[in-house]
Design a protein around this ligand. Structure first.
Ligand SMILES: NC(=O)c1ccc[n+]([C@@H]2O[C@H](COP(=O)([O-])OP(=O)(O)OC[C@H]3O[C@@H](n4cnc5c(N)ncnc54)[C@H](OP(=O)(O)O)[C@@H]3O)[C@@H](O)[C@H]2O)c1
Length: 306
């Protein structure tokens, strides 16, 4: 895989959003998939109309994996146009270019496309009712892909973290050392999902899809998260337990983690209370078994510890 140079060799895959949590892991996980390139914002700025279509037409990749997005959920409430451009406008352009060039497209979406009522996992075809600008723009992106009739796979994931980037795990490890007490929401439930799990699962699903000759029964929407579910509070407690077990923190450094309702921590963008996504269809179709969120968390923290 290369970042900068064009070698003239046919491109098996192109990653967009190469410097994000998922993008960085994709650059690792897709290496056995063939000759690839990974472009960050500096090489392909999705905010510029025409840029992503020009890139696809110039590089002619067989597959595009789009990990670029506007992910600042609260800021999207103040800057809906910029969020819309990234999550919907650029995605429509990308899907159109893939349809024209015959490239297969893999794109990521979110649990925030659901309203989040109930206590059971959302099925792939459950009613869509986003509560935030971010969720609405991501849903528009999904619809733009369907409208473009590209060969496409949309992978909805949730609560993404990695050893790098901005995420809850890194925030907990940092502020946990600074404070004696943390208040963490306990009435939103979902599956924390390690970016490496997303990238590895994408590679496996993509490999299967290519071997099937891009069969229609692999295309469409899937839910890709770790197995199991927990509240943000339960996740925070687990992060500190694992961090102590791995020697990342001393037991005496761990703060008290107090459970609070969402109403005590108002945020500009409302979040779904139930973010559980049904992963069974993905597991069955691609013959996979998603790891439990706690096992993946331990692996991620091991990589931080080392
Ligand atoms: N994070 C989550 O909790 C979560 C949950 C559910 C679904 N998802 C979805 O999963 C996917 C990957 O998310 P992630 O967590 O890896 O996000 P991330 O770490 O925020 O990465 C997003 C990437 O998009 C890039 N980007 C932003 N504006 C751009 C532009 N104008 N042109 C080109 N690239 C631009 C960013 O570039 P810079 O590095 O230059 O800023 C960044 O590298 C996204 O589709 C997201 O909606 C995420």
């Amino acid at each position: 895989m290369s970042n900068g140079m064009e070698t003239g060799e046919p491109l098996d895959y192109l990653i967009l959003g190469a410097n994000g949590q998922v993008g960085r892991e994709l650059s690792r996980a897709l290496q056995p998939f063939g000759h690839g390139r990974a472009l960050g914002r500096a090489e392909c700025d999705l905010a510029h109309p025409g840029a992503v279509a020009e890139t696809v037409h110039r590089l002619k990749p067989k597959v595009v994996v789009n990990a670029a997005a506007w992910t600042a959920v609260d800021r999207a409430e103040e800057e809906p146009d910029r969020a819309h451009r990234l999550n919907a406008g650029a995605v429509a352009e990308l899907a159109g270019a893939c349809a024209e060039s015959g490239a297969a497209l893999v794109h990521y979406s979110t649990d925030y496309v659901f309203e989040g009522s109930g206590e059971t996992p959302h099925g792939i075809d459950a009613p869509l009712a986003p509560r935030s600008v971010y969720g609405r723009t991501k849903l528009e992106g999904e619809r733009a892909i369907a409208a473009a009739a590209a060969k496409a796979m949309v992978l909805r994931t949730s609560w993404v973290y990695a050893a790098h980037g901005h995420n809850f795990v890194r925030t907990m490890l940092r502020v946990g050392r600074e404070r004696d007490q943390l208040k963490v929401i306990d009435d939103q439930i979902g599956a924390p999902t390690w970016a490496a799990t997303i990238a590895d699962t994408t590679a496996l699903a993509l490999h299967d899809w290519r071997r099937s000759g891009w069969a229609d029964d692999r295309a469409g929407s899937w839910h890709l998260t770790a197995a199991g579910a927990v509240s943000w509070h339960g996740f925070a407690v687990a992060i500190f337990e694992e961090a102590v077990a791995l020697g990342i923190m001393g037991a005496d450094e761990v703060p008290q983690v107090v459970a609070i309702p969402s109403s005590e921590y108002p945020q500009p963008a409302p979040r779904p209370a139930n973010s559980r996504l049904d992963i069974a269809p993905l597991e069955q179709r691609f013959e996979l078994r998603m790891p439990h969120w706690r096992d993946a968390l331990r692996q991620c923290l091991r990589s931080i510890a080392s």
